[in-house]
Design a protein around this ligand. Structure first.
Ligand code: SAM
Length: 213
């Protein structure tokens, strides 16, 4: 997702430090204090314009949600949605997922969502895929054994790669579907990409990967 630079984005983000946390390194190990509860913390990587994470925060008030997005102009759109829903269990980070260990202590998170992440189709870019072993190593440290990564994508090649990557890593795979919207999954909250692709008749792939001991 590429959006034209938004001149108002920086000012909006700076004016909302309670939603777009400016210095997440300072909260490493203190996220439950930030949320003022001991509820589980779930994070979405590449949260885009924020439809999924704001929807999840409203649907599950007893879970804390963090949306992480690299691009400032994109997270500014997520911030608009977060302001509308006013959910105390939601915050956003304008950061790169590669830096996750700078922001979270081991086992501080309980679930990671990777929705419609960039497929990086060229083999030489494989390490940039958010389901590459480079990232799975980080996820295992931050989630701990037995916790889950939930993935959705429209991209068959990325899904195939990810199933192999999860499996090679020793994950147990469950709830795999090659057509999410015709599956019996309840409570699915659609992302912006999911709405767009499914309205064009494309199938949505989904799986849950349980991290190994
Ligand atoms: N999840 C949203 C959806 O389904 O509508 C957005 C999907 S979009 C294809 C992927 C998003 O991931 C982009 O907004 C991109 O900036 C973000 N992204 C890519 N690599 C990232 C990284 N390493 N850390 C954080 N965000 C990343």
């Amino acid at each position: 997702m590429r959006l034209r630079k938004k001149p108002w984005a920086d000012a909006e983000i700076e004016a909302s430090p309670h939603i777009v946390v400016p210095n997440p390194t300072e909260l490493k190990g203190k996220w439950h204090q930030f949320f003022k509860n001991n509820n589980p913390i779930h994070i979405e990587l590449g949260t885009g314009k924020g439809q999924f994470i704001t929807g999840m925060a409203q649907a599950h008030p007893h879970i804390n949600y963090i949306g992480m997005e690299l691009q400032t102009s994109v997270i500014a759109m997520a911030l608009k949605k977060a302001k509308e829903v006013k959910a105390p269990n939601l915050c956003l980070l304008n950061q790169n997922a590669l830096q996750l260990p700078d922001f979270f202590e081991p086992e501080e998170l309980e679930r990671i969502y990777v929705n419609f992440s960039d497929p990086w189709p060229k083999t030489r870019h494989a390490k940039r895929r958010l389901t590459h072993q480079v990232f799975l190593d980080i996820y295992l440290e931050l989630l701990g054994e037995g916790n889950e990564i939930h993935m959705k994508t429209d991209n068959e090649g990325l899904f195939e790669f990810s199933l192999n990557s999860f499996s090679d890593f020793g994950c147990r795979l469950k709830n795999i579907t090659l057509n999410l919207h015709e599956s019996d999954m309840e409570g699915n909250i659609m992302t912006e990409y999911e709405e767009k692709f499914s309205s064009q008749g494309m199938k949505i792939y989904r799986c849950e990967a349980v991290l190994p001991a």
